[in-house]
Design a binder for this molecule. Structure first.
Ligand SMILES: Cc1cc2nc3c(=O)[nH]c(=O)nc-3n(C[C@H](O)[C@H](O)[C@H](O)COP(=O)(O)O)c2cc1C
Length: 191
């Protein structure tokens, strides 16, 4: 990670509820390695109910309101997701549906976002990644460009919660650095 200068606050959203999820574990490894330049807060989605427009009213459901606030107050978002049946898991899409409202004014509007997909398969969840991009585009998020971060055979890279693929980890950290640079670059433009 390059010289910090200033810390950026990133919300890391995991697309998996699984107790020993690789998607969540990747976020935790990145949070440790990217500190202190990046303050990466790992978030899981157990408390988010099924989206129902009837319930999407004021006052918002507390878990939804809390997540919206976290995203709003963050400098950027990193989504780490598995692939389920060539798409993103329902829990992640469901959460993004909540966060997408109010339409055109969502907490993701203009928010720098990076994506990591992972899978036990060698394809690394690349199809889910493209579905996720489409959803984020509809929410007017600012997708940070660069090589896609796709982790194939993810189960092979963990040993007792230690990430053993250092080259792969450096590739992920570079993507995170691009996210940080996007945030810092915007701050410079605002000053
Ligand atoms: C319902 C379901 C569907 C899946 N579909 C795919 C798939 O289409 N492509 C793929 O590469 N892996 C697929 N997988 C494998 C998961 O992507 C893989 O197990 C992943 O590591 C799980 O993520 P997690 O460790 O974060 O929970 C599927 C797994 C489940 C449970």
């Amino acid at each position: 990670m390059s010289e910090a200068g200033e810390t950026v606050r990133i919300v890391g959203i995991s697309g998996s509820l699984r107790r020993v999820s690789f998607s969540t574990a990747l976020l935790k490894v990145l949070a440790e390695r990217a500190a202190p330049a990046i303050d990466l807060e790992v978030v899981t989605l157990e408390d988010i109910p099924f989206y129902n427009e009837d319930l999407d009213i004021d006052p918002a459901i507390p878990a939804v309101a809390a997540l919206k606030r976290k995203v709003t107050e963050s400098d950027g978002v990193l989504i780490s997701t598995p692939e389920y049946n060539h798409g993103i898991p329902g829990v992640l899409k469901n959460t993004l549906d909540w966060l997408s409202r109010p339409v055109f004014e969502s907490c993701f509007k203009g928010k720098p976002v990076s994506i990591i997909s992972s899978s036990k398969a060698f394809t690394g969840g690349v199809r889910a990644q493209y579905q996720l991009r489409e959803t984020l585009i509809s929410m007017h998020a600012h997708l940070v460009m660069g090589p896609e971060v796709v982790v194939g055979g993810v189960y092979r890279h963990f040993s007792d919660e230690i990430y053993t693929d250092e080259a792969g980890l450096l590739f992920m950290l570079k993507s995170l650095e691009r996210l940080r640079e996007t945030v810092v670059g915007r701050r410079v433009m605002v000053v």
